[in-house]
Design a protein around this ligand. Structure first.
Ligand code: ZN
Ligand code: ZN
Length: 320
C-alpha cells in the first residue's frame, strides 16, 4: 500500500485515539514496559526501541511529536559497557565488572568469560584484565558443578524445615554459598526452589510446614529464593533453557526414556559443560543417575573431602 494512502486512512483513527500522550514519570518507569502514558494510562507493552513499544512509536510519530520526548535516557550497556577489573578475584569466574555489574559467567581463558575476552581483545586492553602468572599459580582452583534442581531444593528443605532428603546436597550448596565451589543451575531451578518452598510453607506444622497463609508463604518463598541466588554471595551461574532444547526433549526426540524435566536438565548440563566448563552433573535422582553420567552428592563429597565440614550436624534423618 502506498504510504500516503496509509496516512490518510490512519490519521482520523489516530486523532480519535490519542487525547494525551505523556512520558512516564521517572518513579513510574518499569524495566520491560513501554515508557508512554496514553490518555492517562501507562502502556504495558514490551519496548521495542529506546524504551518504547512499536504502537506507541507509531502514535508518537503520527502526532508529529518526537521520539526523544518520550524515550528512556540512553543507558550505556552491553557491547560498549565500561569495564573494570574486580578487586576480589575468584578463579573460575570472569574478572570483569561491566557498567558496575560484576560478571558471573565462568571464565574460559585467563580469567575472562568468552564474551568479555572478545570485547577486551577488540579494545586491545586484554593485558590489563587477564590473570597474571602469579594469580594463576596462587588462586585456589574451584570445582565447577552443575546441580540438578533437586540438589538445591534439598538445601532449602534443610534450611527452612530441617528436613533434608540428602544431607550431602546441603553441604554442596553450602560450599557454593561460601565460595568454595562454583555451580551452574538452570534459571528454572530458581523458580522451582521458590515453588517448592511456597507450597510447603502452607502445610500445617505437624506435616512439616510452617502453617503460613498463602500470601505470607508467597512472600517468604520469593524472599528465600531471591536471597539464596542473588544476595548471599554464592558463586551461582544461572543458565536459561534454549528453545531447541525444549523442542528436542518435549517431542521425545532426545532422551525419550527420561521425564521431560530430567531430559532438560541433562541437556543444560551438556551445554554448561561444553560452553562454561562445568565438570560434574550432580543429582540425587535415581533415574538420572542410571540413565546419564550423573554423580550422587555423596560421591562428590567423597572426592572433595575437605567439604565434609559443611555437612549439617544434629538429628538429621537420611532418606532416599
Ligand atoms: Zn507503548
Ligand atoms: Zn565476563
Amino acid at each position: 500500500m502506498n504510504a500516503n494512502l496509509l496516512f490518510e486512512l490512519t490519521d482520523p483513527f489516530i486523532r480519535s485515539v490519542v487525547i494525551s500522550l505523556e512520558k512516564r514519570p521517572p518513579d513510574l518507569q518499569i524495566d520491560g514496559c513501554c515508557n508512554v502514558v496514553l490518555n492517562g494510562v501507562p502502556c504495558r507493552n514490551p519496548p521495542k526501541r529506546r524504551g518504547l513499544c512499536g504502537s506507541c512509536i507509531f502514535l508518537i510519530e503520527k502526532n508529529g511529536r518526537s521520539i526523544e520526548e518520550f524515550a528512556r535516557e540512553v543507558r550505556k550497556r552491553s557491547t560498549h559497557g565500561e569495564c573494570v577489573r574486580k578487586t576480589t578475584i575468584v578463579k573460575g569466574i570472569c574478572v570483569v565488572i561491566e557498567d558496575g555489574e560484576p560478571c558471573d559467567r565462568p571464565s574460559t581463558t585467563r580469567g575472562l568469560c568468552r564474551p568479555h575476552y572478545r570485547l577486551l581483545e577488540g579494545r586491545q586492553v586484554l593485558p590489563r584484565f587477564v590473570l597474571t602468572d602469579e594469580e594463576i599459580r596462587t588462586l585456589p582452583d574451584l570445582p565447577h558443578w552443575y546441580f540438578d534442581k533437586n540438589v538445591v531444593i534439598d538445601f532449602g528443605r534443610y534450611e527452612l524445615f530441617r528436613d533434608p532428603a540428602v544431607v550431602e546436597s546441603v553441604a554442596l550448596v553450602a560450599a557454593v554459598l561460601q565460595q568454595k565451589a562454583l555451580a551452574t543451575v538452570s534459571l528454572d531451578c530458581v523458580r522451582a526452589v521458590y515453588t517448592y518452598v511456597g507450597h510447603r510453607l502452607v502445610w500445617p506444622d505437624q506435616e512439616g510446614g510452617l502453617s503460613l497463609s498463602p500470601p505470607e508463604a508467597e512472600a517468604r518463598a520469593r524472599e528465600y529464593a531471591g536471597r539464596l541466588f542473588f544476595e548471599r554471595g554464592g558463586l551461582w551461574h544461572l543458565l536459561p533453557y534454549r528453545r531447541r532444547q525444549f523442542e528436542l526433549c518435549a517431542t521425545g526426540r532426545s532422551l525419550p526414556t527420561l521425564s521431560l524435566e530430567d531430559a532438560l536438565e541433562y541437556h543444560l548440563y551438556a551445554q554448561a559443560k561444553a560452553e562454561h566448563g562445568a565438570s560434574l552433573f550432580i543429582t540425587a535422582d535415581r533415574q538420572l543417575l542410571n540413565a546419564c553420567e550423573g554423580v550422587h552428592p555423596r560421591k562428590v563429597l567423597e572426592t572433595f573431602d575437605h567439604l565434609r565440614v559443611l555437612l549439617p550436624r544434629g538429628n538429621i534423618h537420611q532418606g532416599r
